[in-house]
Structure formats: C-alpha cells, structure tokens
Design a protein around this ligand. Sequence first.
Ligand SMILES: Cc1cc2nc3c(=O)[nH]c(=O)nc-3n(C[C@H](O)[C@H](O)[C@H](O)COP(=O)(O)OP(=O)(O)OC[C@H]3O[C@@H](n4cnc5c(N)ncnc54)[C@H](O)[C@@H]3O)c2cc1C
Ligand code: FES
Length: 367
Amino acid sequence: MLIVILKEVLILTALFGVLTAVIVIAKMIFSNYGDCTITINDKRELTVKGGLSLLSSLAEKDIFIPSACGGRGSCGTCKCKVTTGGGPLLPTEKPFLDAKELAGDIRLSCQVKVKESISINIPEEIFNVRKFKATIAEIADYTHDIKGITFKLLEPNNIDFKAGQYVQLMTPKYAKQKQSVSRAYSISSKPSLKNQFQLIIRRVPEGICTTWVHDHLKVGDKVNLTGPYGDFFIRDTKADIIYVAGGSGKAPIKSMLEDLKEKGTDRRMAYFFGAVTKKDLYLTDYMEEFKQVFDDFDYYPVLSNPTEEEKWEGRKGFVMPFFSEYIKDPKNTEAYLCGSPRMLDSVCKELVKMGVPEDNIYFDSFA
Ligand SMILES: Cc1cc2nc3c(=O)[nH]c(=O)nc-3n(C[C@H](O)[C@H](O)[C@H](O)COP(=O)(O)OP(=O)(O)OC[C@H]3O[C@@H](n4cnc5c(N)ncnc54)[C@H](O)[C@@H]3O)c2cc1C
Ligand code: FES
C-alpha cells in the first residue's frame, strides 16, 4: 500500500515538474518580443527591448511621463496618445478615459505593453523632465502626521519649475519592501530657490513611500527623484483667486504664495484651509503673515471636528459654506484646489453652483 502511495506521489511530482518547465519555456518564448521601436512625435525613434510597459520603456531612455501612482494604474496621470501599436484598450484604462480621449487614441502608458513597434505623441515639455540626485538637508515635524522635508540638489544641482508643480520621489528597497516605488509630491518652496526645494509629506497608514519618509529617512540620506511635472500653476490673469486645500495640499499653495510675494501682485486672494482638529493645523502664523505682504489677502483655517478641550473659536464645519464670505464676482474668480479627491469633488461642485466657470477651476488631486 505504502509503495503504491509513494509511486503516485513520485508520478505527480514528476508531472508537476514537467508542467512547470513547459510554462517557463513557453513564457521565455512568448514574452520575448525582441527589439521594438518607439516613434515619438513622428521625429524621434528609440529602440527598446519589448515586454515592458510603455511608461517603463520610456523611463529607461530617460523620458519621464508623469506617473503619480508609480505605474499602479490608479492615478490616470500617465496618459499619452498611441497612434499605432499598443494593442487593445484594457479594462484597467477605461475608468480614466472620457469619450473624447477614447476617440483620440489616448492610453495609459503604464498599462500599454510594448510588444511591437509603436508610435506615440507626447507634449514637448515632457523632454524637460529630468532625473535628480539630492540629499536630505532638513526634516521638520509640522504636525503628528505631516513633515516638511528639505532636499539639497546634488546632480544636476538646480531645478527649474513653476510654483504648483510636483516631483516624483523614488523610494529605495527598505524593510520588507522589495521594490522601489515612485510617488508624486508637490513642491512647497519657491521656484527662485534653484539648489534646494521642500516637500510637505503626510503619513498614509501602511503607505509604502510615506512610511519610508516618516520612519526611515534621515538628514544626510541620498535620494533619487524626477521632475518637474504638472500643469497646476497660476494663470496670468487679473481674476480674483480662491485657494482651497486640506492636509498636505498646503504644499503647492505655499509655493504659489511665496512666488507671488517675490513677483508682486495686486490680485484679490483668499486661502481656505480645511483640517479636522487644531492639531492638524500647521504653518498658520506663516500663512497669516501673507496678509501683510499682499494688498488684499485673507487666510481662513476651518476645522471640521475640533475637540472640546481645544476651545476652537474659529470657523467650524466644511470649508464650502464660508466661500460666500469671500467670493463677490464668481465669473471673475479663479480657483486653485489641492487635496483628496473627495474634498476636491465637493469643493468643485460648490464653486460651480456659486457661478465660478468650470474652466476657471484648476486642481491637483492627491489621488
Ligand atoms: C499630483 C500629486 C501631488 C501630490 N502631492 C502630495 C504632497 O505634496 N504631499 C503628500 O503628502 N501627498 C501628495 N500626493 C499623494 C502621494 O503621491 C501619495 O499618493 C501618498 O503619499 C501615499 O503614498 P504611499 O506610497 O505612502 O501610499 P501607498 O502605498 O501608495 O498607499 C497605501 C494605501 O493607502 C491608500 N492611499 C494612498 N494615498 C492616500 C491618501 N493620500 N490618503 C488616504 N489613503 C491613501 C492607497 O489606496 C493604499 O490602499 C500627491 C499626489 C498627486 C497625484
Ligand atoms: S501611472 Fe498612475 S495610472 Fe499610470
């Protein structure tokens, strides 16, 4: 009896081994796509090894398409036009593409695999995105879960960006994290500081990048990043400005205000900052100081759930009901919003209801 069982186990093990070998060989044959050509904007040609995503294939050639979620298919920032090749549209891409984009061959570059020669169109600004090495110059605790990190650039040693743009920070492999990931962070310092810049990073429980930043990153560490990315910057008009942010969404607005302080402006401006309790407020005095800098600026911190002990006497609830204190001429108002997708959605709806034209609303969603 024992011999029969042993025999069957041996046969099954042998069968399993053969099957595994067949799968490995099949994988080697079928996922070997050889060299493929990527033609960009009908003028540049790159030769890449087939099999990787379009996003990674371009990154290997130092062409960095925005990819705020690091290629996980959850942010939708890596869109580009694929005119030939690219294979069929995947279900993972559809939620991020509207009818116009679908009709216009727009794809998510992190989802498209390069398995054949492919032609794409990307904006020329993307060629300005560079890879940087930096060292951590300072780490400040702003709140229980928000840190301000100052990066000193090493190579290249200067960066050109517009106030409101973001960089993508690469984590190393750390602790149980076996892969490097990249995440988007808005620059919070002014563009005139070329050799260094600051980020404001809020801890996301269990988050790969923010756990590394909050628990492992030290002054003097060397890090890699790419940038600058994004089109969240102040438009050059005379319209009134309303800024709205929550949590670490303060970062790009801080950069915008510091930039305007240097350049000067006579635009009417107000900044609504939403937080939960008093311990989530930070840089309040710094923001209040802008009232002395600009002719017509106000800062409105609003707490949604202050505790009894905090004895908060300021504005309570959501930020939206307080917009009417500031907005006088909705048609002549521009909005710059930054924070979680849920907050942005409610704020956008309220602004449109108040008569602010949709085209005047600009935002970076920290998705
Ligand atoms: C354009 C842009 C600019 C950004 N700028 C900033 C910035 O200046 N400061 C900043 O702190 N963040 C910013 N973010 C968010 C940032 O890119 C990361 O998504 C965030 O830090 C979480 O990364 P992680 O690797 O720690 O978490 P992950 O490992 O990516 O996520 C872990 C889990 O938390 C969830 N999750 C991810 N992000 C959040 C979130 N924000 N809140 C709640 N749950 C979340 C995920 O769904 C996942 O389940 C920005 C995002 C974008 C798109
Ligand atoms: S990089 Fe985020 S969806 Fe492609």
